[in-house]
Write a protein that binds this ligand. Structure first.
Ligand SMILES: C[S@@+](CC[C@H](N)C(=O)[O-])C[C@H]1O[C@@H](n2cnc3c(N)ncnc32)[C@H](O)[C@@H]1O
Length: 516
């Protein structure tokens, strides 16, 4: 069932996980499978040459508990196996009774479901309020209101079993592994010897996500919040080292350390594109001289309230980015009240009011307490004629210089980020610096290509473009900038010093950044 994040682990994968864990001759006398389902791992553990002698399983669904018990009984072994039908969130794992002492292995595959998916399913399969309390920081740290139930389970196990110094090894999304490592570092939980072994989630679970076996030692004296990342369960050498630097996760620690001199702050402020959460009403297509919304309705409004819109895919396409849609703009600044449109733009006002219920039904809580038709990510910067833009959604950042279209500034949607520029020259200089291989390598070392949004404002702001300027060959850069400008039919930049002025930003640009 969806609400229980139910993906039972295939035998072959269980085998591969246990082989990887026992490499180097390690063995455990006790084992716990926290959300054991039909007991795939319990079964696998019993088949080991030196199996743990005391094995416990916890599972919420009775049909699985029965199956797990049947399988254990059929094993005909002297190993002490106990399967409890319990809600893990109602149990204190520190109070489990064991018949054996010695090394403890916590192994398994916690549910693959997020709290918001549970919300949609109307499920109550969540930790109780009192349990959530200590874990609330997790949401704050991941910066997301939506997180995986597996993250709760990891933290719960670490906190409740640290005294027993267990090895914990569980299958999970790689994003879960990263969030747990980051949370452990923030909370200084006693974690060490962590490792990430990638698995093919599509093959094993038909799941379109990046997943791994995440393992760690808990409760040892010295903590360490780094984790080598292996390409698969049998890889002998890691492909990279995951770590945390200046409070942020680093995907490739080796490259990051080589390029750390670029880690700082961009002199100009990265902005996110406009947010309205109502594409069906706000985004219009032009056909045979009329504007049509995504419902196919012809829309009549005052022309000055629509702007050409660039979306993520337009930034990835070859050639100069060109808009396929126009977007309605109801405010020029967050402080502007859209109700002024009643007088200023009666046609638009009528159109908006025809759809007022849809605006009021926008799900995101950011609109509550805001006037009808309010937008976000809107300000003077949105209308700057020249920009450098990048999509937040693609694995590798491709930066594009933008100039006005049909005499209007190009606006970006909220999947994109941009720097507002004062001239096409500045946009081309910044674009060439951001697309330089050294910038790409630095960004790749700090972003996680498997995240839903690898590039964020925070990530982009960290790249110190002035430091890139100091590093690159100035003559070569000037050539690239000028051939870029030539493609636009624009005036070239005369000398290298002019480039530096563009990189530093004008006094006005920098002041805006400091004020906001
Ligand atoms: C991804 S499946 C994995 C099952 C098993 N560990 C395996 O590897 O085959 C997750 C399991 O967690 C169980 N589960 C979900 N919520 C639970 C809860 N609150 N307490 C205990 N078990 C739970 C589900 O019923 C499901 O069997």
């Amino acid at each position: 069932m969806r609400e229980f994040g139910d993906f039972q682990t295939p035998r072959e994968l269980v085998q591969a996980v246990l082989v990887a864990l026992h490499r180097g001759g390690r063995a455990w006398s006790r084992a716990l499978e926290p959300t054991c389902g039909a007991g795939s791992f319990i079964h696998g553990l019993c088949s080991l040459p030196t199996p743990p002698q005391d094995i416990q399983g916890i599972e919420i669904q009775s049909r699985y508990v029965e199956r797990a018990r049947l399988i254990s009984e059929s094993l005909n072994t002297r190993i002490n196996i106990r399967i409890q039908q319990k809600d893990l969130f109602q149990l204190n794992l520190a109070q489990l009774q064991w018949s054996q002492r010695g090394p403890l292995l916590v192994v398994g595959n916690p549910p693959w479901v997020t709290n918001s998916e549970l919300g949609v399913l109307g499920s109550a399969n969540l930790p109780s309020k009192s349990n959530i309390k200590g874990l609330r920081g997790l949401a704050a740290i991941t910066g997301e209101s939506n997180f995986d139930i597996a993250e709760y389970i990891w933290i719960k196990i670490i906190k409740e079993l640290a005294w027993a110094k267990p090895t914990i090894a569980m299958l999970c999304k790689t994003s879960v592994a990263r969030n747990v490592l980051k949370f452990a570092q923030e909370e200084q939980l006693p974690v060490s010897g962590a490792a990430v072994y990638r698995i093919n989630a599509k093959k094993w679970f038909d799941a379109a996500t990046d997943a791994c076996l995440f393992s760690m030692e808990v409760g040892l004296e010295k903590s360490d919040y780094t984790a080598p990342v292996y390409s698969d369960l049998s890889a002998a050498e890691p492909e990279s080292l995951l770590s945390i630097s200046n409070g942020s996760l680093v995907a490739n620690t080796e490259i990051y350390h080589q390029l750390k001199f670029l880690d700082g702050e961009c002199a100009l402020e990265w902005r996110q594109g406009i947010k309205h959460d109502l594409a069906t009403v706000m985004e219009l297509r032009e056909a045979s001289g009329v504007l049509i919304n995504k419902r196919g309705e012809i829309v009549e409004l005052e022309e000055e309230y629509t702007f050409p819109l660039i979306k993520s895919s337009d930034l990835q396409a070859e050639g100069e980015p060109s808009p396929r849609y126009r977007v309605i703009v109801t405010q020029k600044a967050l402080t502007e009240d859209p109700s002024e449109l009643r007088q200023k733009a009666p046609l638009l006002w009528r159109y908006l009011n025809e759809h007022v219920e849809e605006f009021r039904n926008r799900k995101s809580s950011i609109y509550s307490g805001r006037p009808d038709f309010a937008m976000f990510g809107i300000g003077g910067y949105s209308f700057s004629p020249f920009k450098v833009a990048v999509s937040g959604l693609y694995k590798s950042g491709l930066f594009r210089a933008l100039r006005p279209y049909d005499d209007k500034p190009l606006l970006l949607d909220d999947t994109c980020y941009f720097l507002a520029c004062e001239s096409l020259q500045q946009a081309c200089v910044l674009t060439e610096l951001l697309n330089h291989p050294v910038s790409a390598e630095f960004l790749n070392s700090i972003v996680f290509s498997d995240s839903k949004r690898p590039f964020t404002k925070k990530v982009l702001q960290r790249l110190d473009v002035e430091a890139v300027w100091r590093y690159v060959d100035k003559g070569e850069l000037l050539n690239r900038v000028n051939s870029h400008l030539q493609r636009f039919g624009a005036e070239p930049v005369a000398e290298e010093d002019a480039i530096l002025r563009y990189v530093e930003g004008s006094e006005q640009q920098c002041q805006q950044f400091r004020l906001l």
